[in-house]
Design a protein around this ligand. Structure first.
Ligand code: MCA
Length: 511
């Protein structure tokens, strides 16, 4: 059964049960969720949205986001969630590249969005919502009769794209990863089986909902199971711990930077989480010390899993059985994973470090309108090159051992250095810039810019940071700026980032 069909089934089966409750906000039963999705479908249809159209959602974590996202997919169109923190420069790129037809954004974004409309011919309309007010959305859908959409059949083509998530690349501008109805269904079925999702689960949701982790693994996972999701508008460690206790939540999912804040919260061990069933960690490597500290503090062993925007989830430690420190576990049902020699791409024996490649029904269809980049992502026999390095133990557990691609992970967000380097290069005082990730206890890695200034030019670290804020979302902004006279380069003129990391990152350990 495809995901949307299962969701409809759950809405009929669990009509009176809470599907989503926004803390300090609206509560929707499964029945109300279905009704609001149908009304949103009628609204979108009236705006001319048809199968294949891109609908961008740049909204805070709110009920309208959920209804519009599900309604878009149910019309066969493509939902494009966007980080609310994107500055003009990034937002305009996504809207142009994806040829977005409708944009839903917060009312506060009007001054930046309205002026860019004239330059975006495919953008038919931007709808400014006061996301904080329940009334505003209800008013928008006021004339929409759910019965008009109830008769529409569910999208039947498993190969059709339903979700686009932008991920950056080593070659510069971000690419839209196209996930299909079949991809989501395969992934949710696999997670359902692997993590034992149940209809009586109560998930506390504190992740952003514009990425695969918060949107698919957490929110869709709960909807697929007929479970209840309690939404926190943003992550706050004490609020998370208190809500887990007060609401007797059974599930929680987070990135290591969040788990670090939980164990360091005042009187963390005083919260009784004994009723909880499962706490997971992903999006970034879970440090060994944090894994142990978490168990010591809360009496729960974190389940670490591994995924990508292009694939949703790939590998996971088991629900029952050993959750191995430092390991991301075994392939999920239906997923194949292998370790190959990075040069020859021939499989390596267990225990040897090589490139991680994966295959399965969860693996995306390709990058939006980028056939060359899509082709380059796969081997001729259809394995996806993940860009990660790792090894497989003889008992099938995988351990990641770094990256073959130039990627920084900060607080669970991926940052591609070329994007930051391009932004720095726009500053008139910058002659050359290289961006590296330095290890950091709080963030995993911090974005570090190594900059050579033009002769006689003057710019301070604060100047460059302020400049980047105009181009990049917050987590991509360099947290350290180091000025040097020259960048180390190889004979081809390429900056030797390994040398920079060695020299400038005190705790750096080569793979
Ligand atoms: C916030 N800041 C950051 C980050 N987040 N800086 C670097 N890296 C970050 N990740 C900045 C803020 O802009 C602010 O800067 C300063 O840090 C302190 O902000 P604070 O309020 O303390 O931070 P926060 O807003 O509480 O955010 C921390 C966070 C957040 C909750 C850990 O980073 C977060 O939600 N991370 C989750 C990311 C995620 O969902 N990743 C999944 C994608 P200033 O004061 O200068 O403005 S990956 C995925 O989906 C794959 C498929 C997978 O496998 O899961």
């Amino acid at each position: 059964m495809m995901f949307l069909e299962r969701l409809l089934h759950n809405c009929l089966l669990y009509g009176d049960k809470t599907a989503i409750e926004f803390v300090d906000g609206p509560v929707a039963t499964y029945g109300q969720l279905e009704e609001n999705v149908l009304r949103a479908m009628v609204y979108l249809q009236a705006k001319g949205v048809v199968a294949g159209d891109r609908v961008a959602l740049q909204l805070p974590k709110c009920a309208p986001f959920v209804y519009l996202h599900l309604a878009t997919m149910r019309l066969g169109a493509i939902s494009l969630p966007l980080n609310t923190g994107y500055p003009v420069h990034e937002l305009e790129y996504f809207l142009r590249d994806a040829e977005v037809k409708l944009l839903f954004t917060d009312a506060t974004a009007q001054p930046i969005v309205s002026p860019m409309m004239a330059g975006l011919p495919t953008l038919q309309e931007a709808i400014f919502l006061d996301a904080a007010s329940d009334g505003a959305f209800a008013e928008l859908l006021a004339g929409c009769d759910p019965a008009e959409a109830a008769a529409l059949s569910l999208p039947a083509d498993a190969q059709a794209t339903c979700l686009m998530i932008y991920t950056s690349g080593t070659t510069g501008r971000p690419k839209g990863a196209e996930l299909t109805h079949g991809n989501l269904t395969a992934n949710l079925d696999a997670l359902h089986a692997a993590w034992g999702w149940r209809a009586d689960d109560v998930l506390l949701h504190a992740l952003p909902i514009f990425h695969v982790h918060g949107l698919i693994v957490a929110l869709h996972g709960a909807l697929h199971a007929g479970a209840t999701t309690i939404m926190l508008p943003r992550f706050d460690p004490e609020r998370v711990l208190q809500t887990l206790c007060d609401r007797r939540c059974t599930l929680f999912m987070a990135v290591p930077a969040m788990h670090r804040r939980l164990v360091n919260a005042p009187d963390a061990a005083g919260y009784d989480l004994s009723h909880m069933r499962l706490l997971t960690s992903g999006s970034d490597r879970l440090p060994d010390d944090l894994f142990r500290q978490f168990t010591d503090t809360f009496g729960h062993t974190l389940l670490e899993r591994y995924g990508m925007s292009e694939t949703c989830m790939l590998l996971s430690n088991p629900l029952d059985g050993e959750r191995r420190v430092g390991s991301v576990g075994r392939p999920l049902p239906g997923v194949e994973a292998r370790i190959v020699d990075p040069e020859t791409e021939q499989p390596l024996p267990d225990g040897q470090i090589g490139a991680v490649q994966v295959r399965g029904p969860n693996v995306f269809k390709g990058y939006w309108r980028q056939p060359e980049k899509t082709a380059a992502a796969f081997t001729p026999d259809g394995w996806l090159r993940t860009g990660d390095l790792g090894l497989r133990e003889p008992d099938g557990y995988f351990t990641l051992k770094g990256r073959s691609r130039d990627l920084i992970i900060s607080g669970g967000y991926n940052v591609y250095p070329p994007e930051v380097e391009l932004a720095l290069a726009e500053h008139p005082a910058v002659a050359a810039a290289a961006v590296i990730g330095c290890p950091d206890d709080e963030w995993g890695e911090v974005v570090t810019a190594v900059v050579v200034l033009r002769p006689a030019a003057a710019a301070t670290a604060d100047d460059l940071v302020a400049h980047c804020r105009g181009y990049l979302v917050n987590y991509k902004i360099p947290r350290r700026v180091i000025f040097v006279d020259d960048l180390p380069r190889n004979s081809l003129g390429k900056v030797q980032k390994a040398v920079l990391r060695q020299q400038l990152c005190p705790q750096h350990k080569p793979n």
